[in-house]
Ligand binder design. Structure first.
Ligand SMILES: C[S@@+](CC[C@H](N)C(=O)[O-])C[C@H]1O[C@@H](n2cnc3c(N)ncnc32)[C@H](O)[C@@H]1O
Length: 493
């Protein structure tokens, strides 16, 4: 049998093997994927196996893989299949039959419908444990090494930490009155019915009636174009949420002026929120690495970075440019990078992909000289200004592709450490070739995508570097994202 279902705006034949469209199945969730979805296996019957026939690349010995977002390891769930792939199926959660002891009430009424968060239903300590495990698995599968991963350093704030959000809206004319769960995309993957409690429908279903006809918010879970209205985002700072309410009200009064969709920026720097992409904002990396009793927080072995005069770093940058989005963890994060770099015994530091100078300036007091490279000219302009404004005189910055830093670099390789913090796609080949040709004594590789980081790790190992430390940081609580810092030392060559 072949149904036709909607995928985005195109009609596509539904592959009904091994499950029919919207067939309900029961399964036990065994693990979480890197995308934050629960994964379980369902034994197939002999006739299902023979119908699948040549489609199978391998016999699903342990059972057919089914991904069910918003479920947790150890849970038994009922799920509704909405897509079959070659080797796995995707299904929506219908109900949790046996809940995990780690299931908690999500902090956001839109959890499960908004595509932004994946883990609000999982106790924070367990989020950290799973993220650590995922780094270990990526190390093994993509990096090709078994190595002890340190416990994930938590964010001081589990909610209210994000200092930047970018909500979207479509052209008002294109927007139409929709009922949650009734759009084509939502038909394809309907809203999970029970993301909060095992037997309760949760807010997601309860609030399905009132949907504004001009949503301003984030992408709906499981879609690429459908925007869900988000009046408040609990992972963003309070200041952002206050401003968000004002911005949304202003937009709605001027609705007729918009002929196209757009993406808004709300950037909180020290409690002041701007929506102007070209505004100059300031972030202070305060000395907040101590808990209320004055003890150091786990993971911090020295005070947060400061300039040579001992004052906290104050960094300026353009609101549109890159800056880390969780300022509360930055003292621990930048201290760790500086300590790892300094522990190599190097006298010189290169900060590749340096943005407005975060790691170079936070580490400058531990080195004779630091040099940064960054492709964004405005970020480099601010990195230079930030050095001067913080009284840092041993830092220089180059506006160029990262690979360009090595030509003419006056630092001796044997006395140098390179900090790398590339975009999600990881390091460019050209950059790695130049880096290996230079051959610094150590590398501290910071990444917001451990998958590309572990892919690059193979090249480091092949080039004669050995892995010294793997330290994840949770910059993004309630989401599947994490930051990982790996330290490498030159072993030979
Ligand atoms: C993840 S951010 C890190 C920025 C900085 N380390 C920080 O933490 O604030 C990556 C940076 O790499 C820059 N970038 C992207 N491609 C680059 C390239 N080919 N060469 C140099 N910088 C690049 C981006 O502009 C961005 O500022």
């Amino acid at each position: 049998m072949c149904l036709v279902c909607f995928v985005g705006k195109k009609k596509r034949a539904f592959n009904d093997q091994p499950f029919a469209y919207h067939q309900e199945i029961e399964l036990e969730i065994s693990t979480l994927t890197n995308l934050g979805s629960g994964l379980g296996r369902v034994p197939l019957t002999g006739s299902q196996l023979s119908t699948l026939g040549s489609q199978l690349t391998a016999q699903p010995v342990a059972g057919w893989v089914v991904m069910v977002p918003f479920t947790l390891p150890g849970e038994r769930v009922r799920a509704r299949v909405f897509r079959n792939h070659k080797n796995f199926s995707e299904a929506d959660l219908v109900s949790v039959l046996t809940p995990s002891p780690h299931r908690v009430m999500p902090g956001c009424p839109l959890f499960g419908r908004c595509g932004g968060c994946q883990y609000q239903h999982l106790a924070y300590a367990e989020q950290l444990a799973w993220k650590r495990r995922q780094v270990a698995e990526l190390l093994q599968h993509l990096g090709g090494v078994e190595f002890a991963v340190s416990p994930v350093i938590p964010s001081p704030r589990e909610y209210g930490y994000r200092s930047k959000i970018t909500p979207h809206f479509a052209a008002p004319k294109a927007a139409r009155t929709i009922a949650a769960g009734s759009t084509p995309a939502a038909q394809e993957s309907s809203v999970p019915a029970a993301v909060s409690t095992p037997d309760g429908p949760g807010e997601a279903r309860a609030s399905s009636a009132a949907v504004p006809d001009w949503p301003i918010g984030f992408l709906r879970q499981g879609t690429r174009f459908d925007i869900i209205d988000v009046p408040r985002c609990p992972i963003a700072t309070d200041a952002i949420n206050t401003r968000l309410a004002e911005v949304r009200a202003e937009l709605r009064t001027q609705r007729d002026r918009y002929t196209r969709g757009a993406t808004l920026l709300l950037r909180d720097a020290g409690g002041r929120v701007t929506t102007d992409y070209d505004a100059v904002v300031t972030e202070e990396i305060g000395v907040v690495g101590l808990d209320d009793a004055g003890a150091e927080k786990p993971g911090l072995t020295s005070p947060a970075p400061s300039n040579r005069a001992g004052a906290p770093l104050r960094l300026h940058f353009l609101a549109r440019d890159f800056f880390q989005n969780n300022p509360f963890i930055l003292p621990a994060f930048t201290s760790y990078v500086r300590e790892q770099a300094a522990a190599s015994g190097a006298r010189f530091l290169v900060d590749a992909y340096c943005g407005s100078g975060l790691f170079a300036l936070a580490s400058a007091s531990a080195f004779e000289r630091v040099a940064g490279v960054e492709i964004s000219e405005s970020s480099v302009r601010f990195a230079r200004e930030n050095a001067a404004a913080n009284g840092i005189t041993n830092a220089s910055f180059l506006a160029a592709d990262a690979a360009a830093i090595f030509a003419g670099l006056a630092f001796p390789a044997a006395e140098s450490v390179v900090v790398i913090d590339p975009p999600r796609k990881g390091c460019d080949r050209e950059f790695l070739q130049q880096l290996f040709a230079f051959g610094p004594r150590a590398v501290v590789y910071v990444s917001c995508d451990p998958a590309t980081q572990m892919r690059d790790l193979r090249d480091f190992l092949a080039a004669g570097y050995e892995l010294i430390a793997v330290q994840p940081f949770d910059l993004f609580p309630q989401t599947r994202h994490l930051e990982c810092v790996i330290t490498l030392r030159r072993a030979r060559g």
